[in-house]
Write a protein that binds this ligand. Structure first.
Ligand SMILES: [Zn+2]
Length: 345
């Protein structure tokens, strides 16, 4: 497949419709220069940072019908529109079911069968496997065969919150792209220009998002997201004043298997909060993400030694990793809460 992006008079690069992650887009564009995509890519990074959005945009880049390759994805053709609405017959997305929370072998097998068929209307069959760190080991094995001998028209796009949680056999066969938080100013500008947010609100949500574009959009469009955040941070404050028994009870509520997504989001928020405590404690010039909780941040920074705040951050990270795998969630949350410092009421 010739690529016109290398012609003498190149067109300006297409807009992928993704906020931030320019280097990753550039990298993906470049990986197509030799005429075809690699077999498998891994988009890694914190939840709601834009991994799946980027994967979908790349799928559109691969299957867009615009005749000028440099203009792909055009965002307007039949293929681009079908991909945006999740209806393209050659793009399949699988992820762990919310209840139970693991990606199962049957889901991967079914996907592999679908991918083995020639593309129906696009150039590529694209399989997007979300949060692949949640795959059961057998499900990862089922993917391996396709990763080792993929049909030339198949591209696999995996996402994961933490690369270290994936089996090495999978990791070694994927091209990893580690996504970083999007600059707050860029999140704010996008909320204003693309989602029509008022400047002040865009500024606040961008700040609270910590560079997670997906969270910022959710907080703008769904009032529950902000309420959820408030409750989660209030909960954290209460937990710090609880004794062991109280913390065990909290762990049971938090680890409810039917609310795994909520647990994950709570842990992400607490992680950003402990990072803020450390910033304030170490008198960093970087401003905290959770600036609306300044009073509590200051109190913790005053009362806690740095080691305790660091231990709390590490315990939260470890719990987040455990929740992504097949570990007993309740046990993981208990271990974390017992590692948290205590506050006088
Ligand atoms: Zn298109």
């Amino acid at each position: 497949m010739p690529d016109t992006t290398r012609s003498a008079d190149p067109s300006p690069p297409a807009d992928w419709g993704v906020v931030g992650h320019e280097w990753a887009i550039h990298h993906l564009q470049k990986s197509l220069l030799h005429g075809r995509a690699r077999h498998a890519y891994l988009f890694a990074g914190p939840s709601s940072i834009g991994k799946t959005t980027l994967a979908r945009a790349f799928a559109a880049r691969l299957n867009c019908l615009h005749e000028d390759e440099a203009a792909r994805p055009c965002g307007e053709c039949r293929a681009c529109q079908k991909i945006a609405s999740g209806n393209h017959p050659d793009i399949a997305l699988v992820e762990a079911e919310e209840v139970g929370g693991t990606l199962k072998i049957e889901q991967v097998r079914e996907l592999m069968h679908r991918l083995s068929l020639r593309p129906y209307e696009g150039r590529y069959r694209v399989g997007i496997l979300r949060r692949f760190h949640e795959a059961r080991p057998q499900a990862a094995d089922a993917l391996l065969k396709t990763l080792e001998e993929p049909p030339p028209y198949v591209v696999l796009l995996l996402t994961a919150e933490n690369v270290n949680l994936l089996p090495k056999t999978i990791l070694s066969r994927c091209q990893p792209l580690r996504l970083r938080p999007v600059p707050v100013s860029q999140v704010a500008a996008a909320l204003e220009s693309r989602w029509g947010a008022e400047p002040e609100r865009a500024e606040l949500l961008a700040q609270l998002s910590g560079g997670r574009m997906g969270w910022a959009v959710r907080a703008l469009t769904d009032p529950d997201a902000l309420t959820f955040r408030d409750v989660a941070l209030d909960d954290l404050e209460h937990i710090l004043a609880e004794n062991r028994v109280g913390r065990f009870e909290r762990a049971q509520t938090l680890a409810n298997p039917k609310r795994k997504a909520e647990l994950r989001e709570t842990l992400v928020l607490w992680q950003s909060f402990w990072r803020d405590v450390i910033l304030v404690l170490s008198e960093s010039r970087v401003s905290p993400v959770n600036r609306d909780r300044r009073a509590l941040l200051n109190r913790l920074a005053r009362e806690l030694p740095l080691e305790e705040a660091t231990a709390a951050l590490q315990a939260t990270r470890a719990c987040l990793d455990d929740v992504g795998t097949n570990v007993n969630n309740r046990l993981a949350v208990e271990v974390m809460l017992l590692a948290y410092p205590g506050l006088r009421r």
